[in-house]
Design a protein around this ligand. Structure first.
Ligand code: UDP
Ligand code: MG
Length: 324
């Protein structure tokens, strides 16, 4: 335990990292002058999300050089959303800034966040100016997702807001009471409320390496996000069921009338097979949606810890408070 451990710093910077060895040193080098200018005291808390490269070794080295750089290392890769939770759990500052490690989030913006925090805002979020420089497909996906979320999500998301933000201790404490496993941090940040404000920033190029998200991961992330913040996909089937049944009743009445006045005719195979296939498809699809929600419930009721820590570097050896 180092002697600074007793006094919590004013500002913590929380950073999830997964195979970012090459970015650590440039990131810390750019962060420190900013923090030295705008904070009375600070710490930089990394969460190593089960990296397989030299990330952890790099973090140990950075801690040796400056005890204000700390790290928690997971036993395996738990994913960015869980790493964010752990980073917030282990940050002790009166305010905590959250950012990516790849320098896409300019450290200088944190000074603007801190200024807003001093004005009394508790939830200061970065708003990206545009999505330029991103693959077109990813922009399209993102627009589709946010369109759906705006329509069906129970919590409005501020446009262009992401994980890059600064949260007051009060907001952090609120978040630390939300131990859900299917985590959609952006939604959680919006859900907690508190006095909020957006600060525009320019997304920079990734400093080194490539994005850790492929389309499969992004789709999974989008589904989890939608499902944890909307029950519309569950409930919509009642409405569809009523519409289809009404249609079926109308058809029954029509065929009854036709049979009474014109007798029975044999053709009808095509319409029969199409409607059977259509209804079968709808039933399987709705079952699939149910399955997705049940999987989420299953994940939650197992009550497993959110993450497992394999090593702490300069972080006290106490598990964060957990209601389970
Ligand atoms: N990250 C993580 N765990 C993962 C994937 C990513 O902690 O499983 C971290 C990564 O190291 C980076 C941040 O999350 O600090 C954002 O990741 P990335 O830059 O790959 O995402 P993108 O910018 O493409 O959204
Ligand atoms: Mg990135």
């Amino acid at each position: 335990m180092d002697d600074k451990a007793e006094n919590p710093p004013e500002i913590s910077v929380a950073i999830p990292v997964f195979n970012e060895a090459a970015n650590l040193r440039p990131l810390v080098a750019r962060l420190k002058p900013v923090l030295e200018r705008c904070a009375a005291s600070f710490e930089i808390v990394f969460v190593d999300d089960g990296s397989s490269d030299e990330t952890l070794a790099g973090l140990r080295e950075l801690h040796r050089e400056d005890a204000r750089v700390k790290a928690v290392s997971f036993s395996r890769n738990f994913g960015k959303e869980i790493a964010i939770a752990a980073a917030l759990d282990h940050s002790r500052g009166a305010a905590v800034a959250l950012m990516d490690a790849d320098l896409q989030h300019p450290p200088e913006t944190i000074a603007e966040f801190v200024a807003k925090w001093r004005e009394g805002y508790k939830n200061v979020y970065g708003v990206r100016r545009d999505r330029a420089g991103e693959p077109l497909m990813r922009t399209l996906f993102a627009n589709l997702f946010y369109g759906l979320f705006d329509r069906f999500g129970e919590t409005p998301l501020p446009r262009g807001a992401g994980d890059f933000r600064l949260l007051d201790r009060q907001a952090i404490d609120a978040l630390s009471r939300m131990r859900e496993r299917a985590r959609f941090s952006k939604g959680l940040f919006a859900w907690i409320g508190f006095k909020s404000i957006g600060v525009p920033f320019e997304v920079e190029e990734r400093a080194s390496g490539r994005s850790k998200f492929n389309y499969a991961k992004l789709i999974r992330f989008a589904l989890d996000g939608l499902m944890s913040f909307s029950s519309v996909p569950l409930k919509v089937w009642a409405v569809i069921g009523i519409i289809v049944s009404t249609f079926a009743l109308a058809m029954a009445a029509y065929y009854f009338w036709r049979t009474v006045f014109y007798g029975v005719d044999v053709p009808g195979y095509a319409s029969l097979i199409v409607s059977i296939a259509f209804l079968g498809g709808m039933q399987l699809f709705s079952l699939g949606v149910l399955g997705e929600y049940i999987a989420l419930i299953f994940g939650e009721v197992k009550g497993r810890p959110l993450y497992l820590v394999a090593e702490r570097v300069g972080v006290e050896d106490d598990e964060p408070a957990r209601p389970f």
